[in-house]
Structures are given as C-alpha cells and as structure tokens.
Ligand binder design. Structure first.
Ligand SMILES: C[S@@+](CC[C@H](N)C(=O)[O-])C[C@H]1O[C@@H](n2cnc3c(N)ncnc32)[C@H](O)[C@@H]1O
Length: 439
C-alpha cells in the first residue's frame, strides 16, 4: 500500500492504460482536511461544456465485466440474485485480488465509512428521519439468506475467513455511495425492452446497468455547487463541465437533490443549511392522533385501507422547506377524525374529502406536529444554544439533521397557529369531533 498521493498516481496511470481520456485541466486533490477524502480539482480555467473525462464501458466494474461472471456456472448464480447482491458478490470476490483488472481503482476506495450503519451509538439521531432507514438488519439478512449459501457452495472461489459479513457491508456501502446506473441502452437492447411484456422487468431494465464507474466516482458533492455531470453516450460515459470552473475550484458532481438525512444515510456526510431538508411525519402518528378514542378498531382499519387504496395515505408524509402540510395528510386527518356515517358516504361515492383546514383539523395537525417535535431528545432551542463545537463529524452531522428538521417543524407549527382563529376553541379537538359524531 502506498501513500495517498502514490495511490492517486497509480490509479491515474491505470485510467490512462484503460483508455480513459482525461482532460489536462483536472487532477486529484486531497480533501481529507475537509473530511471529504479524495476529490477532483480544476488545474486551469475550464469552460462550460468542456469534456473532463470519457470512459469506455470496458473500464466499468459491473456484472458484465467482473472476473466472477466468467467462472464456471457463476453467470447463472448471479442471474438468480436480485437487487445489489450480484454486484456485491462480484466485488467481494475481486476487491482484494492482486490480479484484478481494477486493482489500482479498488486501492483508492475507502474501507471505512461514516454512514450511520457503522456508528457505534445512534442516540444523536433519535427522532430524525434517518433511524428507521439505516437498513443494517435487512443487509445482515441478505448476507445470511442470499450470499452465505453461495459462498459455502463454492469453496473453490470463496473463503469464509476472507469473504465475511464485514466485507459484504464494505462492498454494499461502496455500491451505495459510489455506483451509478449506466442508463445508455443500445438499439437492440431497447428494442428487446419495448417487446418485454413484464412491466416490472421493464422498470428494472430502465434504471440501467448498476456499475462502479472509476473516476466518475471520485467527484464529491456539495448542494448548490454542482458544476459537472455524467453523460451516458454511445461511445462511453462522459463527464462534462456544466458551468465554467475556475482554477483551484473543486469539481462537483451531483448526488441528487437530497436532504441531509439522506446524504448521511447514503454518503456519510451532510451540507450546511441544506435547502432540500425536510421532515417526515409517520403515517402511524396520523392514525393514532386523528382517530377519536372511542373509534372502533375495524372502522379504523377500513379507513386506513380506503385511504391506501385511494393513494392518499402513505407510510409517511413529507413537509419540506415550503412548510406546506401535504393535502393528502390533511385529507387523511379528516377521514380518520370523521364519524363512521360520513366516512361510509365518502367510501360509497369513492370520494376523498377535500383538504379543508377547519379549526378541528388544525387542532389535530398541531397535535401531530407537536408530537413529532417531542420525538427528539432536545428542543430546537437546545440545539441552537449548544454552540458549534463538536466531538466528531458524526455529532456535527446529526446536529445538522436535527436542526434542519426541527426548523421546518417549528415554522410549520407557527404558520399553522397563525392561520388559526385567534380565539382558540376551549375544548380540545377530539371533543368537537365526538360532538359531531353524537349528532
Ligand atoms: C463518490 S465518492 C467521492 C470520492 C470520495 N471523496 C473518495 O475519497 O473516494 C462519495 C463519498 O465522498 C465523500 N464526500 C463526497 N462529498 C462530500 C462532502 N461534500 N463532504 C464530505 N464528504 C464528501 C463521502 O464520503 C461520500 O460517501
């Protein structure tokens, strides 16, 4: 293993040897002082539209090019796997092989990650939209059910001391934060695709081929600073500047318009003041807080199924920087809070009530949003008062997520209160709904 710069140089030469055309206006740069690993920098002024590099598809690491697929019987084995598993298995096989065609590339990839999947303590993320989506258990299950049996069945290819669950998580994390879908399809493939009768199959095909794309994955992301983009051309994958880039500026790809919770979960970092921040409201909280206490369980179920069938109810509702409560969330509150007879009428007509903000509905929404705020360990004010010194990056990232989500919640609550008549009803909402029901 060489130093950081030596590994960069060997990788650069590997790219040249593998027919990657590289602009003379870019170079690798060490951004570890910004906790961002390796990145790409402009070494001269770059014009908008300039090609930064072009990769032939033979340089991509995928289930089409990996060494494992050429081993006896393995193409069928890989074919039988779903999701990321085929590429994970190919990578587990090849990541540490000295004879891999991709060795200089694999040598610059990290083996440790700052995604919450690897955090020893998740307390700081309590209440945030990250906790329920880490997916560690599902990944463990995937290794046990799909991968391990294959490793055991092929001792000639795999060694259980080497191809461990930890290695599986490393490969999964690399795919999560480094892979691309190569969207380009040649005419023959798209013709076949057009003929495909199975819609699901078509959808999967449409995403393109999941692949590790050396060099394209060396670009970092900074929300709002995106100045390069990958184009999927017939002759290969082309990274082009989409803005003029001045000497010394970092070249940024975009990982998408992601909120900090998703940036952390997938990539292990967050952005300061991320405009794409949002707050998720759990659908179960809507059911629990909008339903009158004396509501029959069967009716509650019926309402839930009805709203799901109508495409109104969801696992969660999203409030973003516009601070608008989604109309579907309002309609769901109205349905759950409604008397049985009213609900039955809507159901018979196949109608969903319009998302009208009556005082009763506003009161329930307030209860839901205030309840959501209580899920965090501390208040927005506590976070604002805490000062900007952090024990480590994890603490800083968790703080940014909490802050973004809580600000959205607090502003939405303030707006909701402002919209409510100044003279608040003295009786709580549940009471007013109950009264209506008794009529
Ligand atoms: C596609 S790779 C980019 C290359 C990477 N920096 C490296 O050294 O290999 C994605 C990873 O880069 C890092 N990264 C990208 N943008 C970042 C940023 N703005 N701040 C911190 N880390 C960033 C994260 O670790 C992320 O998972």
């Amino acid at each position: 293993m060489g130093s950081f710069d030596e590994l960069s140089q060997v990788f650069w030469q590997w790219l040249v040897d593998n027919k990657v055309a590289l602009s003379d206006g870019i170079a690798f740069k060490d951004y570890r002082n910004e906790h961002a690993g390796r990145g790409v920098v402009a070494t001269r002024n770059i014009e908008e539209g300039e090609m930064l590099f072009t990769l032939p598809r033979s340089a991509l690491f995928s289930t089409m090019t990996a060494a494992l697929v050429k081993k006896d019987g393995m193409a069928d084995v890989l074919e039988g796997l779903t999701g990321w598993s085929p590429l994970i298995l190919c990578m587990m096989y090849e990541l540490d092989r000295p004879d891999s065609q991709w060795k200089p590339y694999f040598d610059v990839l990290p083996r440790t990650f700052s995604t919450p999947m690897f955090w020893p303590d998740l307390t700081a993320l309590k209440g945030t939209g990250v906790l329920d989506k880490i997916g560690k258990e599902e990944a463990d299950q995937c290794y046990d059910d799909q991968i391990l049996p294959i490793l055991k069945a092929h001792p000639d290819l795999f060694d259980l001391q080497v191809h461990t669950k930890d290695l599986f998580h490393i490969c999964g994390s690399l795919i999560m934060s480094y892979s691309f879908h190569d969207e380009y399809k040649d005419e023959q493939a798209s013709q076949q695709n057009d003929d495909a009768s199975d819609e699901e199959e078509e959808e999967e095909e449409d995403e393109g081929l999941l692949a590790m794309v050396p060099m394209a994955d060396m670009l970092n992301h900074k929300t709002g600073f995106n100045n390069a983009r990958l184009f999927h051309e017939p002759e290969g994958l082309v990274m082009k500047a989409i803005k003029a880039i001045a000497t010394g500026e970092q070249v940024y790809n975009t990982y998408g318009d992601l909120c900090n919770a998703d940036l952390l979960r997938k990539y292990g970092f967050t952005d300061d003041n991320n405009p794409f921040d949002l707050c998720e409201i759990d659908g179960r909280d809507i059911v629990a807080l909008a339903t009158p206490e004396d509501q029959d369980e069967t009716v509650k179920e019926e309402k839930l199924n009805y709203l799901m069938d109508e495409g109104v109810m969801d696992d969660c509702f999203v409030i973003d920087g516009d601070h608008e409560i989604p109309p579907e969330m309002i309609a769901s509150v109205i349905v759950f809070a409604s008397p049985v007879e009213t609900f039955k009428k809507w159901e018979q007509k196949g109608k969903v009530p319009s998302p009208k903000l009556t005082l009763a509905v506003q009161e329930i929404l307030l209860k839901i949003l205030e309840g959501r705020l209580k899920k965090y360990d501390c208040s927005l004010q506590d976070d604002l008062d805490r000062g900007m010194t952090f024990k480590d990056e994890n603490e800083k990232n968790a703080f940014r997520i909490r802050l973004g989500e809580k600000k959205i919640l607090e502003t939405t609550i303030t707006k909701l209160r402002q919209d409510m008549p100044t003279k608040r009803s003295s009786s709580p909402l549940a009471g007013s709904v109950e009264k209506k029901q008794r009529k």
